[in-house]
Design a protein around this ligand. Sequence first.
Ligand SMILES: O=C(CO)[C@H](O)[C@H](O)COP(=O)(O)O
Length: 223
Amino acid sequence: MNAKQLAAEAAVALIKDGMKVGLGTGSTAYFAIQKIGQRVQEEGLKVTCIATSIQSEELAQSLKIPMVGFEQLERLDITIDGADEADHHLQLIKGGGGALLREKIIAYITDHYVTIVDESKYVETLGKFYLPVEIVPFGWQRTFDHIKTLGGAPHLRQRDNAPYITDNGNYILDCDFKTIPDPESLQTKLNLIPGVVECGLFVNKTQTLIIGYNDGSIKTHKK
Ligand SMILES: O=C(CO)[C@H](O)[C@H](O)COP(=O)(O)O
């Protein structure tokens, strides 16, 4: 089992019958969704889930995981999601897979937010990974300029030689801040810029961080 799968399966062991569960996005969350599907089918685990992306929703449906919409839930008991970087204070950079807005909406209604990563994502200080910032397409060049004044070199994310479009119809700027010693302050500054929908900093959200190691071990950090 690889390090991502180890972390993912340890997280899925926290899910109990009757829970409302948020499903993350990305290659680590993929293993969690697979395992939830297995528990639903083999153990009869009773859960209702909501996904952080169209991709994860389709995967969950293919595994016959019961899905609900926001009209049927106000809070989630647990969400299991990956991250691009996690620091020692359990602050995160997310959005490498482009799902940061839905991921943050789900994080904010979750009682127990569990982040799953492999050892390569656990860092001293955030910022080596370019920070994804979701922005509206209208006037994006000026939003780009504003972000630049905060010290982050933005790059418009591309796919097939065109701007990458999120599930919400927006663009993403991947911003090189080099190092982010104060994620909370940067998040506030970014989210005040007109045109910014949300940034990929997840501050004080993770209660449990599960790290999978290549030697087959896992470590859990709790807040
Ligand atoms: O934030 C995300 C998607 O928007 C992912 O959680 C993040 O990119 C980690 O992905 P992976 O597990 O594939 O490394």
